[in-house]
Each structure stands twice: as C-alpha cells, then as structure tokens.
Ligand binder design. Sequence first.
Ligand code: Z5A
Ligand code: MG
Length: 212
Amino acid sequence: EDKTSMARGSLIVLEGLDRSGKSSQCAKLLSYLQSNGLSVEGWRFPDRTTAIGQMISSYLLNESQLDDRAIHLLFSANRWEKRALMERKLKSGTTLIVDRYSYSGVAFSSAKGLDLQWCKAPEEGLIAPDLVLYLDIPPEKAAERGGYGTGRYEKLEFQKKVAEYYYALRDSSWEVVDGCLEIKAVEEKLRELAMNCILKCQNGKPLVNLWL
Ligand code: Z5A
Ligand code: MG
C-alpha cells in the first residue's frame, strides 16, 4: 500500500490585520512548498469568483450597502460553499494555504459591535485549520505600509478593534509570527512552521471542525 497517497494534506491559514503581509507570504509559502514537490494549492477568502463572493466584493468596494449581520452571514456562506471541496482536497493529500478564514470573519464583524458568540456560531462545523499563522503587527505600523486605500475597513481606529478581537480568538492552532520582521525573515519562520504542520498531518493528526 502506498502510504504517501493515504496521507492527508494540511489546512494552513494566514491571518493578520490589513497590510500585515498575508497575501505576499501566502504566495511565497506556496511556491516554496510546490518547489519541494508537495501537492499544495493557494486559496483565499473571500472567494470572489462565486455569486456570493461577488456580492461581498461589491460591498467591500463600497458599491453596495448591506446590513452588518447580512454581510457577516454572506462571508460565512462563502466559506460553507467551499467546505466540501476543501475536505476532498485535504483528504486526497493536497495542502491548502488559505489567505484569511473564519478568524477574519469573526474579528471584523465583532469590531463593528456584533456579539462575539453570535459571530462565531455560523462558522461552527467548518474545517478547523491545522495551523493559523498570525502575522502580528501594530495597527499603526500596518497603516504606514503603502497607506490605506478607500476600502471599507481600512481605517486605523477600526483596525485597532480588529486586533483586539483577533487576540481574543487565539487557540491551540495559532502561531504568532512577528510581522514587522523583514519579509525574508518572516518567510523563513513560516516555512518551518508549515513544514512541521504538514508532517504532523501526514502522520495521522485528525481533521476536526471549528471551533477548537
Ligand atoms: N473580511 C471580513 O470582514 N470577513 C471575512 O470573513 C473575511 C474577510 C474573509 C478582504 O480583504 C476584506 O474582507 C478584509 C477583511 C474582510 N478587510 N479589509 N480591508 P483582502 O483580504 O482582500 O485584503 P487585501 O487587500 O488582499 O490584503 P490586506 O489584508 O490588506 O494586506 P495583506 O495581504 O496582509 O498584505 P500584503 O498585500 O501582502 O502586503 C501589504 C504591503 O506591505 C505590500 O506593499 C507589501 O510589500 C508590504 N509588506 C509585506 N510584508 C512586509 C514586511 N515584512 N516588511 C515590510 N513591508 C511588508
Ligand atoms: Mg491580502
């Protein structure tokens, strides 16, 4: 029996404030793992390619208005519509590097003033990440990077609240990485943490659901 084809892939999520470096580090980690011969895909939430994703995209661009709870549930639905595919990929041995996930969903909506438990409820039953790589950066420093644009949430006071809720959501899957280090130094830390996680999953770490 071919053991490698039985081994499952890992669900690895990058989280952090806007401009913390998630998208750049996802791309670097993805190409590193691919160049090591691993089966790996890069995903991101919101997934703007679906019908729900297009509603979210227009909301984020301030092109449409939605009730706070309605948009929260759309973000969650956008993860639910990908759940079955996610499980199939992981079980068939593909590792997923995911740019934002349920923690973004809860932190952003809670920062608007919605109840934390209410925000967590629709995420329950989604696949729990094996590893959350949290790029830690003070909101003031993040704001200095390229400056915030016109995005709905790109305001310093709001980002400070998001940071507090992220902090409250930390669980055993989290590794906090200093996002203020040089890009190369962050990249090296993420490589090591990701490789450790992938090995644990290959060696039988069970797949479980949120919330841990
Ligand atoms: N949202 C939500 O409300 N609910 C949900 O469920 C989900 C999301 C999933 C989606 O934005 C928005 O939706 C987001 C949360 C909300 N809110 N906002 N705003 P997005 O994910 O599409 O946002 P983005 O614009 O793609 O990414 P970002 O978060 O703003 O940035 P990032 O991906 O973390 O950073 P980056 O693009 O990799 O880097 C930013 C800049 O910093 C760039 O110029 C880099 O070269 C520079 N950089 C990166 N790393 C470093 C280091 N180490 N040193 C110096 N400079 C660096
Ligand atoms: Mg990004």
